[in-house]
Design a protein around this ligand. Sequence first.
Ligand SMILES: [Mn+2]
Length: 290
Amino acid sequence: MRWFAYNGDADGICSMVQWGLVYGVDGKRITGVKRDIELLDRVLPTPGDEVVVMDISLARNHSMAQDLARKGISVTWFDHHLAGDEVEGINSYIDTSDNVCTARIVEQHIGQDSNWAQVALHGDGLSKHSSKPNYKELGELLNYNGYGADLSDLHFHPDDLMMLCLDSKTPEQFMLSSAFAKLKDGFETDISNAKMIEENDGFYLLPNEAWARRVVGVMAHRINEKGSGPHVIAIDKGDTFQISMRGESGIGELCAMFGGGGRATAGGIDNLPKAEITALMNEVNSRRSA
Ligand SMILES: [Mn+2]
């Protein structure tokens, strides 16, 4: 049996759709909200099974990947987040260049240009590297759907959304569907709430409500388009902040200093103790151009 573990955001979905259009997606598919990157815990292959992983950090799943490889399971890993130490015995296609998303890596692996890879670039906030500006809204909406504390925050379970995209075959066809209309309506309501929030002490502070948990990713991309950053959005979780950060470079590493992670231009920290926000903002401010 083939297992899939994929990020429930636009990039993960578009990677799976590309794979599915060529090879099919039969098997056991594991995904979740975008923040749920420990999906490998739910992959339980038996000898002879194979595992395909898309848009999930190998660094954050290093020991799981190592276990699978030791058991002789065939593992194919596509990703663009921090790779960490090499894992022997797995097929990894990892490119952390800041103009690449996982769907682009999958596109290259399959050897067939795909508009879904263009959609994914927009979803990952890499619009300037896409040749198809007409997919910006779709990319943003697929990305937006993946954000939430848990699946109950989302408009669609990411796997249901992935299957709807796959059934549509092309982005154009999906954009005519009622699912697309539902995402668009939900997004417009959430983003109008987000626009009421102003930057304070160098960061944007959102309440811990479903709309905020859903819209934080797209809000971050939009703010990022206005300047070089780093830009910081915090969700108030009581004793801690959930941090989303965007910028031009070094964002994943900056977040990793505070227990988070990410890639060159986007990162996050799940639970930053409130006492550490000053230290974080000092780091951020030292990287902001005057
Ligand atoms: Mn991605």
